[in-house]
Design a protein around this ligand. Structure first.
Ligand SMILES: [Zn+2]
Ligand SMILES: [Zn+2]
Length: 298
């Protein structure tokens, strides 16, 4: 039997210019489409769900907020961020020519934020953080490839921020950031020393919110992912994508290790968990377990 999606799902997510958003909402259990909707809800789907009573929003004001977002979507305006339940929120913004999904993650109650994988486009990211009224306090890294870590040294220096992660296995990738930036035509990337290395089972905290760290080697030896069970989300970097998995043809890449990371460390987070991959759209572990050609049926 499929596990019903009965947890409050979702933060307000907007990808500027892409007209994608998900709103805070409580899904009624057991509706077959709710899994699909939670993994990639459009305002159309949400409005339809509201109208048919399949979706309940937590407060009276929420309905107006949803309608407003729906209209903004229709008119091609970027989504506005509407806080309906104080909890962990995130905003994913593709950066660099590789369209790497950098996520700003914050605690609603304190407005304190961490940034996951600031690969580049720092001014744009900082403008978004300012627009959201957040205080950026930490940098979290999944791994040290240039598109994920390229802006880290500069950002840490500019704002005096601690760098948390990745796992020490990625030290050689950090050392090679300057060469990576030349090879891929990126702006010069500074080397840095993480303030805190991460290991499997560690936790990271921002404001009142805690996320769990899992070490998921295979794409790089020091790759970690950040799991937020309170909103059923996982930030998985280049371990898993919607319909694909990370490359393993880099130095110290390991295909079997990557499969093991996915099946032994991601799947236990639950089919309902929506993941934010390093590139491309979100999906859920349940959907990938069914349909991903690399790990389907596992
Ligand atoms: Zn990578
Ligand atoms: Zn990447």
């Amino acid at each position: 039997m499929k596990r019903p999606l009965d947890a409050p799902a979702g933060a307000v997510i907007g990808v500027p210019g892409k007209n994608r958003l998900t709103l805070h909402c409580t899904w009624n259990s057991g509706r077959p489409w709710s899994r699909q909707a939670a993994a990639g809800a459009t305002p159309d789907l949400l409005a339809q769900a509201l109208g048919s009573g399949q979706l309940t929003l937590p407060r009276g004001r929420a309905d107006n907020a949803l309608q407003a977002e729906h209209l903004r979507y229709r008119w091609g305006l970027p989504p506005r961020h509407t806080n309906l339940i104080p909890m962990l929120q995130y905003l994913t913004i593709p950066v660099t020519p590789f369209q790497q999904n950098c996520s700003i993650v914050w605690c609603d109650a304190t407005r304190k934020a961490a940034i996951i994988d600031p690969g580049g486009d720092l001014d744009m990211l900082l403008a978004q953080i300012k627009r959201l009224g957040l205080t950026l306090e930490q940098i979290w890294l999944t791994h040290a490839h240039i598109d994920h870590a390229g802006g880290t040294g500069e950002l840490a220096q500019r704002l005096q921020l601690p760098i948390v992660g990745p796992h020490p296995g990625d030290q050689f990738w950090i050392d090679e950031l300057p060469q990576q930036s030349v090879m891929f035509g990126f702006p010069p990337a500074q080397q840095f020393t993480p303030t805190r290395w991460l290991h499997d089972g560690d936790q990271v905290q921002i404001g009142n919110e805690t996320l769990n760290v899992r070490h998921c080697p295979g794409h790089t030896p020091g790759h970690v992912v950040f799991h937020a069970p309170q909103i059923d989300r996982a930030f998985v970097g280049d371990v898993l994508f919607a319909g694909s998995i990370g490359r393993t043809d880099f130095p110290q890449g390991n295909p079997q290790q990557l499969i093991d990371s996915i099946t032994q460390r991601l799947w236990p987070m639950g089919d309902q968990t929506v993941f934010i991959p390093g590139h491309g759209p979100e999906s859920s572990f349940g959907r990938e377990r069914q349909s991903n050609p690399y790990v389907g049926g596992t």
